[in-house]
Ligand binder design. Structure first.
Ligand code: ATP
Length: 231
């Protein structure tokens, strides 16, 4: 087991946004967090990554409870969140954005990420600000990999991108997953989720209301209709 989340709670002011989320990620798995707008998906990722400190609950990452640890320590331990707003340094080139993320003993080298993201190699001298939205997303994922994560959490990686770029990123995430990297994915695009995931969790009002492996979920039209308003 890579990650075990037990009874996670979160508040924004008095608003009790996460009301006891529990989930787990096993070695090499891709797991999605699904749910309608405002269900608490981003808040779950932020609570796991330590950018919000959960007042209650456990986040056991590689056997250790990190729920009360600071975000930078959690990230240094290999639990890496790629947020929705990608945090690219717009004044730096692609390659500079990548090299500042590199770690000495990381198994991930520039050549590895350029193999998965050939567009970044082509654009390596371009400034971050001159990249398309899709390229910025690729850069954010590539940069996270160079940081030597043990688990990658992605918040809406294909939101607002053209279908052809979405396909490209899905293929790239498959390649990342094929290296054995566990991934937690928050994504509104259900087709993307079903292409990538081994397992799904659905959140509703800050609680997990459904979980299934991908094969069962794909055919579970009743659950998709009930919890997500699609079928
Ligand atoms: P979305 O797809 O809309 O991002 P989500 O499932 O990721 O939805 P969250 O962003 O986790 O949902 O939000 C959960 C609830 O917390 C929502 O009701 C949202 O309005 C509220 N919320 C989120 N961020 C804040 C904040 N910074 N301050 C106050 N309330 C917030």
């Amino acid at each position: 087991m890579v990650l075990e989340v037990h009874d996670l709670h979160a508040y924004y002011g008095k608003s009790h946004v996460l009301q006891g989320v529990s989930m787990e990620v096993r070695a090499g798995e891709v797991v999605t967090l699904l749910g309608r707008n405002g269900a608490g998906k981003t808040t779950t990722l932020r609570s796991i990554a330590g950018s919000l400190t959960p007042p209650q609950g456990k986040v056991i990452f590689e056997g250790r409870d990190v729920a009360r640890s600071e975000a930078y320590r959690i990230a240094a331990g290999g639990l890496c969140l790629v947020p929705e707003h990608r945090g690219i340094f717009s004044l730096l080139s692609v390659e500079e954005n990548l090299t500042i993320a590199m770690r000495k003993r990381s198994p991930w080298q520039l050549a590895d990420v350029y193999r998965i993201f050939p567009r970044l190699k082509e654009r390596r001298k371009n400034g971050g600000a001159r990249l398309s939205g899709g390229e910025q997303q690729m850069l954010a994922i590539a940069r996270a990999l160079l940081n030597d994560p043990k688990l990658l959490m992605l918040d809406e990686p294909v939101e607002g991108l053209a279908p052809v770029i979405v396909e490209e990123i899905v293929d790239q995430l498959k390649q990342v997953s094929a290296t054995g990297m566990p991934i937690v994915l928050v994504e509104q695009n259900l087709e993307v989720c079903c292409q990538l995931a081994d397992r799904h969790y659905i959140l509703e009002q800050g609680r997990v209301v459904y979980t299934a492996d991908n094969a069962a979920f794909v055919d579970d039209h009743a659950a998709k209709d009930r919890y997500l308003g699609v079928n």
